[in-house]
Design a protein around this ligand. Sequence first.
Ligand SMILES: Nc1ncnc2c1ncn2[C@@H]1O[C@H](COP(=O)(O)OP(=O)(O)OP(=O)(O)O)[C@@H](O)[C@H]1O
Length: 514
Amino acid sequence: MMMMGGDMWARLGSTVAGLMFAWAMFQQYVPIHLRGYVEKYTHRLMGYFYPYIQISIHELTGERMKCSEAYTAIEAYLSSKSSERARRLKADIGKDSKSMVLSMDANEEITDEFKGIKLWWTLNTSIPKTQSFSFYPSADVKRYYTLTFHKLHRKLITETYLDYVLEEGKAVGLRNRQRKLFTNNRSDNWYGYKRSVWSHVVFEHPATFQTLAMDPEKKQEIVDDLVTFRKGKEYYAKVGKAWKRGYLLYGPPGTGKSTMIAAMANFLNYDIYDLELTAVKDNTELRKLLIETSSKSIIVIEDIDCSLDLTGQRKKTKEKDEEEEEKDPIRKREKEEKSSKESKVTLSGLLNFIDGLWSACGGERLIIFTTNYVEKLDPALIRRGRMDKHIKLSYCSFEGFKVLAKNYLDLNSHHLFGEICSLMEETEITPADVAENLMPKTITGDAETCLENLIRTLKMAKEEARLKAVEEMKEKETSAKTEVKEESLANGEAKDKETSPKEDAKDDESIKEE
Ligand SMILES: Nc1ncnc2c1ncn2[C@@H]1O[C@H](COP(=O)(O)OP(=O)(O)OP(=O)(O)O)[C@@H](O)[C@H]1O
C-alpha cells in the first residue's frame, strides 16, 4: 500500500513538472498572436467542462482610481451574511464606536442563495507585479469580489440578482454608514494623489430640529421643504432640473445658523462638506472640489460675505488701489507675493459652482450659504433658483425660549415664565445668549437660579437698549441742530450775496440824487 501511494505521488509530481515545462515552452516559443488563438480555444474547451461564470467587481476603478460604488454596495450586502457564514472574518470598530463589525477576510468564500439558486462570493486580493513581496499590508494591494454562478442562470443573475444586491447593499450602507464632516485641503497639500482634496472626520453633532429654538411654524415649513426635496428625484427629473437645492441662512451671530445646518444633516442623514472658500486657489480648483463631493450631502459655505471679494461694489475701490500700487514698486511686489497665496475664485466661478453644468453631477445635494449681512451679497448670488429658500434666523422668541428651557432644564412651565415672556417681547436676545444663561453653572445649580440669571440678563439688555436709544436720539438731535445751523448760515451768506448788489445800486442811486 505504502509503495503504491509513493508511486502515485511520484507520477503526479512528474506530470505537474511536465505540464509546467510545456507551459514555459508555450510562453517562450509560441508567437504572441498565435498564443491569443490558443488561449481563446482553450477557454472555449474549458467552458464545456467548467460550466460556471465569474464576474469580478474591483475596489478601485476609473482613471482616478476612485472607490467603486458597486464594490462598496457588495461589501455592505455581504457584511450581514459574512458574520453568519464565513469562516475567516475581519473585525473593525463599528459606527457607534462601541461594537465590532465583522466582514469576510481576504480570499474567503461565502455562499448566497437567490430564488433557489446557489452563488458564491469570494474576496480576492492581488499585489501589482512591480511590487516586491512584503509581510505588511500595502495600500497598493488590489481587492476585488468575484461572483461565481452556473451558466444556466446567466440571465437571472445579470438582470435581476445584481440589481438586487446593489439596492440591498446601498440600503445597508446607508443604515450603517458613519456620516462625515469634510473640509477642503489647500491644493499645496494634495500630495500629487488626487484622493486628498477633502479630508474628513466623523460627523457627530447632536443638534436636531427638536432641539432647535425657533418659531414652530417656520421650523415645520423647513422640515416639509427638506422632505419634499429628499423624495423629489422623479419630480426634478420630470421638470428637467438638477436634483439640488440652495438655502441661504442669514441673521445676527448666535441665532443658530450652524446649528440648523447640523440639524438638517442629521434629519436627512447626509454628509457635510464645509467649504473654506479662501483656501481654494481658483475656479478650476473649485470645480475639482465639487466633482469630488458625493451625493446625499450638504455643501456649506459659512459667512459667505467674508469669504471673498464677491461683491460688485468693492470692485471700484480695488481698481483705485491698483492704480496707486502701479506707482509704488515695493507695494506692488508685496501685493504680488500676497496674491500668489490668495484665492482667485471669482463671483462667476462661484455662480457656476452653484448652478453650472458641473453642479448637476451626483445629484441630491443641498448648497447652503450663511451670512450675518445679507445686504452685502451680490443679488446674482442669492437670487431664487440659486438660493431657492431664504431663511432668516432671528432673535429668540418666547416659543424659542420654551424649546431651550425644555432642552436645558427639562421644564415645560415655571412661575418665572410670565416675566421672561414680557421681557422677551421688549428686548432682543440671541438663542445663544439664552442657552448660555440656561446652562447650570454649578453641579448643584437649579432651574430657578438659571431662570433668574436669564431675567437679569434680559433686564440688562433692556437697559442697554434704552441707553443706546437715548444716545442715538441725542446724536440725531445734535446732527439735526447742526444741519439747521449750517443751512441757516448758508442761507444767510446767500442772502448777503443776493442783497449786496441791490444795496450797492441803491447806494449809487442815493449818491446820484444827492
Ligand atoms: N436656534 C437655536 N436653537 C438652539 N440652540 C441655539 C440656537 N441658536 C444658537 N444656539 C446655541 O448657540 C450656539 C451658537 O450658535 P450657532 O453657532 O449655530 O450660531 P450662528 O448663527 O451660526 O453664529 P455665527 O453667525 O456667529 O456663526 C450653539 O452652540 C447653540 O448651542
